[in-house]
Design a protein around this ligand. Structure first.
Ligand SMILES: [Cu+2]
Length: 355
C-alpha cells in the first residue's frame, strides 16, 4: 500500500519533470476545463490583472469508528470494560471515561473571492462556515450512566483565510506559484453543551467540535502546474502552521499536505482527475485547562496527530462561463496518534465564475 502511494507521487512528479523537457506550447492551453486543480486543492491558479473570481465550495467529511494507530476497534472497546474508573488506557493515558465518540460529520461551506492585483499577484480571501455533528456513547464515569447515546452539534463562522498568490515562474505550459497565505481566528473556540451528561452539567465542547483554531496561522504553500496537449498535472505542498497559542492555552496541529494530480481532457470543457494526498498533522501543543483527558479522547492533545493518505477522483466542467469542480475523496490509509475517529471519505463540490 505504501509502495503504491509513493509510486503514484513519484509518477506524477516524473511527469512534471518530463513536461518541462518536452512541453507543448499552446497559448490558450491554460483556459480549458483543467485550468483549475481538482476541487480539494486551493491556491493553484492566478487571475489576470483586474479579473475577479467568486466561488462557493462545499465539503462534507464522514468519520465513523475509532482507530488506535492503524487498527479499528469497536464502540464497546472504545468505552472500555464495565466498572470504575471507566474508559480505556491508550498510550498511557486514561480516557473515554465519560463517553466515546462513535461518528462525526464535518460539513464546510466556503465563500472564496480572488482578484488579480497584477498579472503576477492574485489576492484571495475565503470565509468558512463549518457545521460539526458528533455522535457518542456514554461511558462508566458519566453521571448519566453507561450506554446512552447523545449527539453534539456546533456551527457558525470558522477562521478566515486570506493571502496572495505570487507567480515565481511561468511558461505557456507551466506555472510555479507561491502561496503567501494566513488565517485569522474568526472562529469560536469555546462553547459548552449539557448533552454529554443528559442535562446534569455543562461542559466545553472538545477540540474537534470547535469552529476555529484560536490562533493566527501561517499558511505558506508552493504549487507547480504543467499542461500538455490533452492532459495536465500538478504538485502542491501546502502547510497550516499556528503561531503561538490561543487564549485557551493551546495550539492546534501543524498541518502539511503533499498533493499530486493528473487531469485528462475529455473535451475542451470537460476533464477528469486523479489526485493523491499525503496529509500529516502534529499533536496539539499546550492544553485547554478544561479539556479533561479522562472524560473523552477528543479532549486529549496527544490524540490529534497522525498520517492520512487520501485519493481524489474528480471531474471538472465548464459551461457558459460557469466552472464546476467535483471530487470524491476516499481515505485509503491512516495511522492515528492515540485513539481517534477514522476518516472514511470526503465529498467536495464547487461552483465558480470569473469575469
Ligand atoms: Cu480563481
Amino acid at each position: 500500500m505504501l509502495d503504491m502511494r509513493l509510486c503514484f507521487t513519484a509518477t506524477t512528479v516524473f511527469l512534471a519533470l518530463y513536461s518541462t523537457v518536452v512541453h507543448a506550447d499552446h497559448p490558450s492551453r491554460k483556459s480549458l476545463a483543467d485550468k483549475h486543480a481538482p476541487a480539494g486543492i486551493m491556491g493553484d491558479h492566478l487571475h489576470d490583472k483586474g479579473e475577479w473570481m467568486v466561488e462557493y465550495k462545499y465539503m462534507v467529511m464522514s468519520m465513523e469508528d475509532n482507530r488506535i494507530g492503524e487498527t479499528t476497534i469497536s464502540d464497546q472497546d472504545a468505552i472500555g470494560p464495565a466498572g470504575p474508573p471507566g474508559g480505556i488506557v491508550v498510550d498511557g493515558i486514561q480516557t473515554n471515561g465519560g463517553a466515546t465518540p462513535t461518528q462525526m460529520t464535518m460539513e464546510m461551506h466556503m465563500a472564496h473571492i480572488m482578484y488579480g492585483a497584477s498579472d503576477d499577484i492574485t489576492l484571495y480571501t475565503m470565509l468558512m462556515m463549518p457545521a460539526l455533528t458528533m455522535d457518542h456513547i456514554r461511558g462508566d464515569g458519566n453521571p448519566a450512566g453507561r450506554g446512552g447515546e447523545f449527539t453534539t452539534h456546533n456551527s457558525g463562522f470558522g477562521d478566515t483565510s486570506l493571502g496572495a498568490l505570487l507567480r515565481l515562474y511561468s511558461t505557456d505550459s507551466q506555472d510555479l506559484l507561491f502561496n503567501l497565505g494566513c488565517s485569522v481566528p474568526t472562529g469560536d473556540i469555546y462553547r459548552e453543551s449539557t448533552a454529554p451528561t443528559n442535562g446534569m452539567m455543562s461542559q466545553p465542547l472538545p477540540y474537534p467540535m470547535r469552529l476555529g483554531s484560536g490562533t493566527f496561522n501561517a499558511r505558506p504553500g508552493v504549487t507547480w502546474k504543467y499542461f500538455r496537449d490533452w492532459w495536465s498535472g500538478g504538485v502542491q505542498f501546502q502547510t497550516d502552521l499556528p503561531i503561538g497559542r490561543n487564549y485557551r492555552g493551546y495550539s492546534v496541529s501543524d498541518e502539511f499536505r503533499l498533493n499530486s494530480w493528473t487531469s485528462v481532457l475529455l473535451t475542451d470543457n470537460w476533464s477528469v482527475s486523479l489526485r493523491g494526498e499525503h496529509l500529516w498533522r502534529t499533536d496539539y501543543d499546550g492544553s485547554d485547562p478544561t479539556a479533561d483527558n479522562l472524560v473523552i479522547s477528543t479532549n486529549v492533545e496527544e490524540f490529534r496527530g497522525g498520517y492520512w493518505y487520501n485519493l481524489g477522483i474528480g471531474t471538472q466542467v465548464m459551461a457558459r462561463g460557469h466552472y464546476f469542480n467535483f471530487e470524491f475523496v476516499p481515505t485509503i490509509a491512516q495511522d492515528l496518534d492515540g485513539i481517534q475517529l477514522e476518516t472514511d471519505y470526503s465529498v467536495i463540490a464547487s461552483w465558480s465564475k470569473a469575469w
